[in-house]
Design a protein around this ligand. Structure first.
Ligand code: AMP
Ligand code: MG
Length: 343
């Protein structure tokens, strides 16, 4: 299949062509502020099936519906609580997905067989414009091949999807860099199913008490079913095994330096780069700059697949703010193989 790359700046005609791909049942790589998505008409079962096929994604792993504003919620969801509108007013467009009961118009194919649907309004002008022109919600998971780190540039999308989909819209590098935060509003108290680009603390300001799903912080036992089906799959995984080291940054760096092989790949905070001279190193950003770490984490994991490193060691931020999401992505890449560096 020929893939069209829509390069910046997109013309009015480009936006129409991109919207026509969606309306015609095709597949389009779309930029968002979180990660790039692999989009299709979320109400068209055949188009949605093609998303699963292009990614090699298990059929029970639901997609997120992308809408241009909260006014579209009642078209696709039932029993919408006031909290949903309060969250939308405060955080949309933005990296927050809300789980609500689905209306029948949303195919079970899109929701992975669930009676609920995840909805979000992405903060990217090109994608918002394409959704408006298409006139349908875009269903999109992250645009990576299943199991690979999520794409945060159009170049990553090209690596995984060139020749497999109709088009890729280059909207520049993603400003947030980790996927959306997912909050389930069908339960009381609301439950955090996935930490992401919107910190848990921000949700708590609006919602009060928020429960945190077990799959966010630990590996599930065999056969245990998480509420966000995506959380059960090994994810974001580079080819080499990953070990995550938690604890004070100075101590985790020292622990890694003492335990890693000579050829090991290292993901560390900028401050510790000199300690790992001679290694294949990816700089996660300054240890106090969690936003930068979120922007870099997937590229760091992805780049190791181009090198023959036998093992990867990663420093991990604490769980405040965006640190919860960055740490979760590193820990998932490690299959929750975590070591705590003690003083
Ligand atoms: P991705 O954008 O690739 O992370 O895929 C979307 C994620 O949203 C998946 O991991 C799903 O588990 C989660 N998700 C989507 N819809 C639902 C839903 N109705 N209930 C729980 N999780 C959902
Ligand atoms: Mg994904």
């Amino acid at each position: 299949m020929d893939t069209i790359l829509f390069s910046q700046p997109l013309s009015d005609a480009d936006l129409d062509r991109a919207a026509a791909i969606i309306r015609g049942g095709g597949l389009l790589g779309i930029p968002t502020e979180t990660v790039y998505g692999l989009g299709a008409d979320g109400l068209n079962e055949t188009a949605v099936l093609h998303i699963f096929e292009a990614k090699g994604r298990p059929q029970d792993n639901p997609l997120i519906l992308h809408v241009p504003d909260a006014g579209w919620l009642p078209k696709f969801c039932r029993d919408i609580p006031h909290a949903a509108y309060a969250l939308a007013r405060r955080f949309w467009p933005g990296p927050l997905t809300m789980i609500l009961p689905r209306r029948d118009i949303v195919p079970l194919r899109t929701t992975g067989g669930l009676e609920t649907v995840g909805v979000r309004c992405p903060d990217h002008p090109l994608t918002l414009e394409i959704i408006r022109r298409a006139g349908v919600p875009i269903a999109a998971p992250s645009g990576n091949t299943s199991g690979r780190p999520s794409p945060t540039t159009a170049g990553h999308m090209v690596e995984d999807m060139w020749g497999k989909i109709d088009g890729i819209v280059d909207g520049g590098p993603c400003g947030v860099g980790v996927e959306s935060t997912i909050i389930d509003l069908t339960v009381t108290p609301p439950r955090l199913l996935r930490p992401g680009g919107l910190p848990l603390e921000a949700l708590e300001e609006v919602l009060g008490e928020v429960a945190v799903d077990k799959a966010v912080v630990s590996k599930l036992a065999d056969g245990e079913r998480p509420k966000a089906p995506g959380m059960k799959y090994r994810h974001y995984a580079p080819k080499a095994p990953v070990t995550v080291v938690t604890g004070d940054a100075g101590q985790s760096a020292a622990y890694i330096a003492a335990h890693c092989e000579k050829e090991a790949g290292i993901i560390c905070f900028s401050e510790f780069l000199p300690l790992f001279a001679g290694h294949e190193v990816h700089d996660l950003g300054p240890m106090a700059d969690l936003s930068e770490q979120a922007r870099r984490v997937f590229d760091a994991l992805r780049r190791f697949d181009e090198t023959p490193v036998p093992e990867i060691w990663a420093q991990c931020p604490g769980s405040e703010g965006l640190g919860l999401a960055v740490g979760n992505r590193l820990k998932k890449a490690a299959g929750f193989h975590i070591v705590e560096a003690l003083p």
